[in-house]
Design a protein around this ligand. Structure first.
Ligand code: PRX
Length: 585
């Protein structure tokens, strides 16, 4: 199908109109016929479905025998699935969900480690018209509860241990109809909680291995991810099936994916990189994906690249800094010559990392920039571009990015300002779930305001400068200070809490909290440790503060808002700036 035909199917409002000409020429110039199995297809009735584009399309075109996924378990297990196997498993799970009564638009939460069944379930839910809302499996009960309550979750797909971890909050989710539990290989001893459903039992009962995809259009909702802001609880970012257009294209343009490639993305599907580039972009491009259940490990990762001859590797700056720390000798033990392209996202990639990559991997690491809200890569160092170490590259075709002053007017090159994007790119978020005001506040004078500060040089390369808000980026994961503050003040000792990001050489920032105590509590090291433990249990180790300082009084504005900016300036020994609104002690 040519791009103009795709456009005819697409309705855009004036404020949501992509610069379609650019997409059109780019899409049509893509040599889709050389390998035949990567182009975008539509459902026979004119609909569009991410799961069809990712999996079924390849089977329909005769590539069902190609490998879609190689799963490497944390105990050394290995499982291989062709596109046909994947289609069958996801078709079956789609039927399970329909049988359970799932309706189009239902929010189905997936709270799981990286197991093959997570991916079968996700694709099955999409085929059956549901919205997948994946959650990071390290989360504690509080973040899970906040997100499921906010979204009105109707189903939860999880594993016995994780179900157990959050059992206290389950009765609070009144909208929840069923919990489907996956106990892969009976790894876990927990028995099924009364009322929960066993995944394998449900799958066994499905008679047909074929499912006819529910009629989804490009406007139907597909994926929801929660992201943090400076204020309030995280917001549900809602994406539509049409995001697949940009995910497919950027998979090819920005990550250089080609059908048949071996691809290794280290991101977890609990975060947007793990769905856009850990599911949709790679599979729509017809690659074989390595899904590694384990976490970071220099030797483990290199071993995977060597053993499976990985062509394209997509990872994050914190991981790259850890690899640098693991040293050059470890790299030399492995044959990494299969690598053709390395990409990085989520945080600024330091120029030294690019240089280090050049020396050790014999190729540069290509930084690219995007957000949960953008749904797909917006700005990238393409394989064809000259790389300027430290820059996040240039906008993808069809995307216009700008640097604005405080009045939202464009400013000159080389000057730092607000990073903004012209609305209308195909994978643009549709909404913050039930938070229209917040959504609208992100659009000013015809621009989408990203929340980042950046500059653009004369050659059109963008340079990240920092966040414009209080959101903390720790190891590539955004943490909203409000969420951490809310957890801390639930402890009886804590009167007030202010949370900031403190610079860190590896994780970029760590979460640091300042607290004042209620009367009768003393500022002791034991209490400090107790508060960290308390927050870890509620939130997760990654989100909880790594450091806590006690204060006698909390700096606040006269209207009572905690001045995080001031806490940060004091922590860093920087000038305190304008403190005219500071409340008198
Ligand atoms: O601040 C920017 C940072 O991560 C934010 C987006 O985070 P999230 O919505 O969780 O999406 C993660 C998937 C990309 C951005 O607003 N960020 C992302 N990429 C880069 C970056 N900061 C600097 N350089 C990057 N390449």
């Amino acid at each position: 199908m040519q791009f103009d035909e795709i456009l005819k199917k697409t309705e855009y409002t004036e404020s949501n109109k992509p610069n379609l000409k650019d997409y059109e020429s780019a899409y049509n110039s893509f040599d889709w016929n050389d390998d035949g199995y990567s182009r975008l297809e539509w459902l026979s009735d004119g609909g569009l479905n991410n799961a069809y584009e990712s999996i079924d399309k390849h089977v329909a075109k005769g590539f069902g025998d190609k490998l879609s996924m190689i799963w490497i378990g944390k105990n050394g297990e290995e499982e291989k699935y062709t596109y046909s196997d994947f289609k069958e498993e996801s078709d079956k799970f789609a039927q399970v969900m329909i049988k359970l009564g799932m309706e189009k638009g239902d929010r189905v939460f997936i709270f799981m480690d990286r197991l093959p069944e997570l991916y079968f379930a996700a694709m099955g839910i999409l085929k059956a018209g549901g919205i997948i809302a994946p959650l990071f499996s390290a989360f504690g009960p509080d973040p899970v509860k906040d997100r499921m309550l906010d979204a009105g979750a109707t189903y939860l797909i999880t594993s016995p241990d994780l179900r157990n971890k959050i059992s206290s909050i389950i009765p609070d989710i009144k909208t929840l109809k069923n919990i489907v539990v996956i106990n892969k290989d009976n790894r876990q001893k927990e028995s099924l909680v009364k009322g929960d459903l066993d995944y394998y039992e449900l799958m066994k009962k499905v008679k047909s291995s074929e499912f006819s995809i529910v009629n989804t259009s490009q406007y139907d909702f597909a994926i929801m991810h929660y992201t943090s802001g400076s204020t309030g609880k995280p917001k549900g970012v809602l994406h539509r099936h049409q995001a697949v257009v940009q995910q497919l294209l950027t998979g090819h343009w920005a990550l250089d994916l080609r059908p048949g490639d071996m691809y290794f993305c280290t991101a977890d599907p609990g975060w947007v990189t793990g769905t856009s580039y850990g599911m949709i972009a790679p599979w729509t491009n017809g690659v074989t994906q390595i899904i590694y259940e384990g976490g970071f490990g220099a030797s483990a990762w290199y071993e995977i690249i060597e053993k499976y001859k990985v062509d394209v590797w997509y990872t994050a700056p914190t991981a790259i800094r850890l690899l640098m720390r693991a040293g050059e000798d470890v790299v030399k033990k492995y044959d990494l010559s299969s690598l053709r392209f390395i990409g990085s996202v989520g945080e600024p990639l330091n120029p030294e990392a690019v240089v280090w990559g050049n020396r050790n991997y014999k190729m540069p690491i290509h930084d690219n920039w995007w957000q949960t809200e953008t749904g797909a890569i917006m700005c990238a160092n393409f394989s064809s571009n000259k790389i300027k170490p430290g820059s996040m590259g240039k906008p993808i075709p069809g995307v216009t990015m700008g640097i604005l002053d405080d009045e939202y007017n464009e400013i000159e090159t080389d000057k730092s300002g607000i990073l903004a994007v012209r609305p209308g790119w195909p994978s643009q978020m549709y909404a913050y779930w039930q938070q229209d005001e917040m959504y609208n506040s992100r659009f000013k004078k015809g621009w989408y305001i990203t929340g980042d500060q950046a500059s653009c040089d004369k050659e059109g390369y963008f340079w990240f400068q920092g966040r414009a808000d209080d959101v903390i980026n720790t190891a590539g994961h955004l943490v909203g200070p409000f969420e951490v503050e809310s957890a801390l003040i639930e402890h009886p000792a804590v009167a007030e809490a202010g949370v900031i990001g403190k610079p860190d050489p590896i994780a970029m920032e760590i979460v640091k909290a300042f607290v004042t105590l209620n009367p009768d509590y003393e500022q002791t090291n034991d209490l400090r440790r107790e508060l960290i433990r308390f927050a870890r249990e509620k939130l997760s180790a990654g989100v909880a503060p790594r450091e806590i300082d006690f204060l006698d009084t909390m700096p606040k504005t006269r209207s009572g808002k905690i001045m995080r900016r001031l806490l940060k300036a004091r922590e860093l020994g920087e000038p305190e700036g304008d403190i005219s609104t500071l409340e008198d002690d």
